[in-house]
Design a protein around this ligand. Sequence first.
Ligand code: ASP
Length: 314
Amino acid sequence: MNVEKYVAVVDIGRLGKPAIVAHGGAGGWQVERVGEALQVLKKAVEVGLKQKTALDMVVEAIAVLEDSGILNAGIGSVLTFDGRVQMDAGLMYRGWAAGVGAVSYPRNPIRLAKEVYTRTRHVLLVGADADMLAAKLGLPKHPGPSASNFEKWVKSRMNAKKLKWAAPLLQLYGDTVGAVALDQEGHLAAGASTGGISLKHPGRVGDSPIPGAGYYAEDGLGACSATGIGETILLGMVCRKIVELLSKKSPVEAVKHVLYEHTSRFGADTVGVIVLSAEGEAVAGINTRAMPIGYGGMRSGVMLLERNGKVLEP
Ligand code: ASP
């Protein structure tokens, strides 16, 4: 397999310190929805840049994306096979990580992950007990499936009558969100949030709450956030691999290396990443059709990265 044909990497360039990069998921991306997604990413970057610590930059930027309702996270989360919202989110900052898996209660799972990070020494809380913590802390409650996602769920269940208990994974993902940030002090953070894969089996947890897989940050090296088919990202430990490679390769080379390897192992249409180095250099890569990106620092902007390497900038 000529993997280079399926992978596109863009060197966003030096953003300095502070800096932030956010994405709206690596998936199919129909043209008519891109404009809206880029607007939301622009806002997320602006809100992120107003924060002081890299942790808050990532949390607040992701919360904007979760609240948008047009991306597969928070309010816009896709539904499980039996029509429920079950979300995953996680973040890493200053050598520690915290994630929540298969949660339904919080409107903003990334805020619950921050509570786990600041209040406990646990790395992962899941399901009903994580939901109970969100309720106990008084976090805003998720309103339940959005009308448009419910409609899509009804249609996809009708189109897929053969399916008995969960959809096959391929091509049923998209629009997950993530962010990476570098603050004034030089600390790095990474985070991810998702409704997961639509028609997933209830209880399925993907890469987004797992450090090393869906996100990873190490001061002095870099930060990475991933999107795509969570099962492949978990097996590939994509973000940890990329961040570790930053000790000996440039960000562009590190992303290419891991995405080529991932594509030859799992095929195309499986992964997308955003990466920020400790020097504030930003890079993004995909082996999917496209990924919308927002970035800010010394320079700010939005772009759609396409598989053929084309970058559309409004
Ligand atoms: N990575 C997410 C998951 O597998 C889905 C996505 O990125 O769209 O849960």
